[in-house]
Design a protein around this ligand. Structure first.
Ligand SMILES: *Cc1c(COP(=O)(O)O)cnc(C)c1O
Length: 396
């Protein structure tokens, strides 16, 4: 199984993993600050705005810090828009494959930008936006999401430009259409990628949508920029953004990364509850791969356990087993220098983004604590502990 190289970059926890309750998602504020500083550097140097994509990282107890660096949030619909507005409190940008009129009533007063996924959706909501504006009230600046039809994303589950993909309007559906009133252009075509790929996607957008670029006030280049990875070419990104702004005379450019905010800032800490004598043996953990790290199965990828290695790297090989009854709730291919012991703690690296936002309570499995470690104060703080009532209240 493929292990993304960046997950080896995260340092060991700076707190005592034996002093905490498990399971726990823990975000280290200094690691988060490092990513935010890098993103703020892009804002400053390139003269663009960077938004936090809530769908990847919504741990609002850290928003006090994130707000110091980023310009706002992008939301995938009403609930995330409300979270952005109430908990983050700067710019709110919303995109969804479709909106319902009832949701729109709540989105209109709080969103700065709204991107529509089709001309039909734009036409449906245009009169409402224009009426609100005519009445002198706040309404978001409307844009459309286009499909650049250029993607270098290999996993089709995560490829917004795969053939037949429903996300974004293709250039052939725009020709001859009335595009008056559209103030922004949004595209999102990257996933964990570098500025070299963005350069080619921007090229595709410029080739397919020149008139629209000329028309609009703002351009949103989506997420998927792996900006906080150590080998990301930041200079190239800054240069490309500045060149784009100059070429088209545009001032308002947005990036909306999710993963790059949370990358290598969070741990998921587990305890070994039992060791089942399979071949290789399975360590049963007090968490679940499918319920707490679903991307390890969806993507799929092999996460990194700090101190552990690839199969064959160390003498003692194990499979990690989850707490659900799903037979496939396992992670293969781990080795350790010493045999694992019941009661031992294990630390999964890079578990801040696309984890907490995706968890389930399938099997009534216990949801990990959500905790913050603040190295400045040497303080470990559980911000949320889940109880039976949380499990019950999602059901009825
Ligand atoms: C998923 C998504 C993002 C964030 O992507 P990351 O890979 O987490 O950076 C931003 N914008 C849109 C429209 C998205 O769908």
């Amino acid at each position: 199984m493929f292990t993304p190289p960046h997950v080896f970059d995260q340092p060991s926890p700076a707190f005592d993993i034996h002093q905490i309750d498990t399971p726990a998602f823990v975000v280290d504020l200094e690691l988060l600050r490092k990513n935010l500083e890098r993103l703020a550097l892009v804002e400053r140097e390139a003269g663009v705005k960077v938004l936090l994509a809530l769908k990847g990282f919504s741990m609002f107890s850290t928003f006090g810090l994130a707000r110091e660096y980023l310009s706002g949030c992008c939301a995938s619909g009403l609930n995330e828009a409300l979270l952005a507005y109430r908990e983050f409190g700067k710019e709110v940008h919303v995109y969804a494959p479709a909106f319902k009129p009832k949701e729109m009533q709540q989105i209109l007063p709080i969103a700065n930008h709204i991107s529509f996924n089709s001309l039909a959706q734009w036409r449906k909501f245009r009169p409402i936006i224009e009426a609100v504006r005519a009445a002198g009230q706040h309404a978001p600046s409307p844009g459309i999401r286009v499909n650049p039809e250029h993607s270098e994303v290999e996993v089709s589950l995560y490829d917004p430009c795969s053939p037949g993909c429903r996300l974004g309007i293709r250039s052939d559906s725009l020709s001859g259409q009335d595009l008056s009133g559209i103030e922004g252009l949004h595209f999102h075509a990257l996933c964990e990628q570098g500025s070299d790929v963005l350069e080619r996607v921007v090229g595709a957008v410029e080739k397919r949508f020149p008139k629209l670029i000329e028309q609009v006030d703002w351009v949103n280049m989506g997420g998927g920029h792996h900006i906080s990875r150590s080998d990301y070419d930041l200079e190239r990104l800054i240069h490309l953004l500045k060149a784009f702004k100059a070429r088209w005379g545009k001032e308002q450019i947005y990036l909306e990364p999710g993963e790059a905010v949370g990358l290598n800032t969070g741990y998921l800490i587990a305890e070994v509850l039992d060791i089942v004598p399979t071949h290789p043996p399975t360590a049963i953990l007090d968490l679940s791969a499918s319920a707490h790290m679903p991307d390890t199965m969806e993507m799929p990828y092999r996460p990194h356990i700090i101190g552990g290695g690839m199969p064959g790297e160390f003498p003692h090989e194990y499979t990690m087993g989850g707490m659900t009854c799903l037979a496939g709730d396992v992670l293969d291919g781990f080795s350790f220098p010493q045999p694992l012991q019941v009661g031992q703690r294990l630390v999964f690296a890079d578990m801040a983004h696309y984890t907490m936002v995706k968890t389930t309570t399938f099997n009534g499995v216990h949801h990990p604590d959500i905790a913050i470690y603040d190295p400045a104060k040497k303080e470990y703080r559980v911000v949320r502990r889940f109880r039976y009532e949380d499990f019950r209240d999602k059901l009825s």
